[in-house]
Design a protein around this ligand. Structure first.
Ligand code: PAF
Length: 278
C-alpha cells in the first residue's frame, strides 16, 4: 500500500523506520510509462521506493508554462500504487520553499548550453529542488530519465560538488511505438502535431545512421538533423546539437562518444530528445 505524505515532518517520520537502501524517483507528476520504468528500476534495486510529486515553480521561466503544466494527482497516486511504490511525498510549494527560504544552487558550465541557453535559470531551479529532495529523503539511489540528458549531467555534477551521497542513476528513454519520447508535455500536442512529433526521433536516427556509416563531422551530423526536421512543416527547430557527452560543448569532429540532442517547437509545445553515440 502506497503511503502519501505532504510535509517535511511527515516525510521524516515515515522514513525513520524505512528499510534501506532507499530508491528515490523525483517527478513533477502527470506520470507516464517513462516514470513507471524509473519506479520499476528503483523497486528492483532498493528495499524502499520513494516518489516525489512536485511541480517546481523555480524551474519554469515562463509563468504560462508553469500554469499549464498538466496535473492529476489522483491518477498519479494510482500509478504509484500499481508500481508498488512505498511512499509518495507530494508537498505544497510552501513546504518545499518555506517562508524565509533564501538559497539557490547555481549551476556552472554544464548548465549553460542547450536547455540552459534556451531556458535561463531552469537548471538552477532544478538543482535547488533536487538538492532539497536529496537532503530530505537521503536515498542511496535516485533515478532520472536519460531523455533529459543535460538534467542528468547537471544533477550528477551537483551531487559530486555538494558531496551529496545519493547515487544518480540514468535510465533509458521510454518511447511510444512511433519513436516519440514519452514526456508529460506530449499531452499538449494537437492531433496533427502529435502525428508530426516523431520527427525528433527520425532526425536523431538519421544522424546516428550517418555516424554509423562513418560520418564524423559535427557540422554534417547537425545538418542531417536539421534536414530531417525541415521535412516536417509543423516542426520549428530550436537547436540541434552534436556535443561532447561529458561537457556538452559542440564538437567539430566526433572522436569517441558524443551526444546528439535537439529541441523542437510544435506550436506552443516544446519537445526535447537525444541519442548518445558511441
Ligand atoms: O525531470 C523532472 O521531472 C524535474 O525536472 C525534476 C527532476 C523532478 C525536478 O523538479
Amino acid at each position: 500500500m502506497t503511503r502519501i505524505v505532504r510535509t517535511r515532518a511527515e516525510l521524516r517520520t515515515a522514513l525513520g523506520p524505512a528499510a534501506r537502501p532507499i530508491g528515490l524517483v523525483p517527478t513533477m507528476g502527470w506520470l507516464h510509462d517513462g516514470h513507471r520504468a524509473l519506479m520499476a528500476r528503483a523497486r528492483s534495486e532498493n528495499a524502499t521506493t520513494v516518489v516525489t510529486i512536485f511541480v517546481n515553480p523555480r524551474q519554469f521561466g515562463d509563468p504560462a508554462d508553469l500554469a499549464r503544466y498538466p496535473r492529476n494527482e489522483a491518477r498519479d497516486l494510482e500509478i504509484c500504487e500499481a508500481e508498488g511504490v512505498d511512499l509518495v511525498f507530494a508537498p505544497s510549494v510552501d513546504e518545499v520553499y518555506p517562508p524565509g527560504f533564501d538559497t539557490t544552487v547555481t549551476v556552472g558550465a554544464i548548465g549553460r548550453p542547450l536547455e540552459g541557453a534556451a531556458r535561463p535559470g531552469h537548471f538552477d531551479g532544478v538543482a535547488t529542488v533536487v538538492s532539497i529532495l536529496f537532503g530530505l529523503v537521503r536515498a542511496e539511489h535516485a533515478y532520472f530519465g536519460q531523455k533529459d540528458a543535460q538534467q542528468v549531467a547537471v544533477i550528477r555534477r551537483v551531487a559530486i560538488d555538494l558531496a551529496i551521497p545519493t547515487e544518480v542513476i540514468a535510465c533509458p528513454t521510454i518511447r511510444e511505438p512511433d519513436g516519440l519520447a514519452m514526456s508529460s508535455r506530449n499531452v499538449h500536442l494537437s492531433p496533427p502535431e502529435r502525428a508530426a512529433a516523431p520527427v525528433l526521433w527520425r532526425a536523431l536516427v538519421a544522424a546516428r545512421e550517418a555516424w554509423a556509416r562513418g560520418e564524423r563531422s559535427g557540422d554534417a551530423l547537425r545538418v542531417t538533423m536539421r534536414v530531417a526536421l525541415a521535412g516536417e512543416p509543423l516542426a520549428t527547430a530550436e537547436y540541434v546539437s552534436c556535443a561532447d557527452a561529458a561537457t556538452l560543448a559542440e564538437l567539430e569532429h566526433v572522436e569517441g562518444s558524443a551526444l546528439l540532442s535537439l529541441a523542437v517547437r510544435f506550436g506552443t509545445t516544446r519537445l526535447i530528445d537525444n541519442e548518445p553515440l558511441g
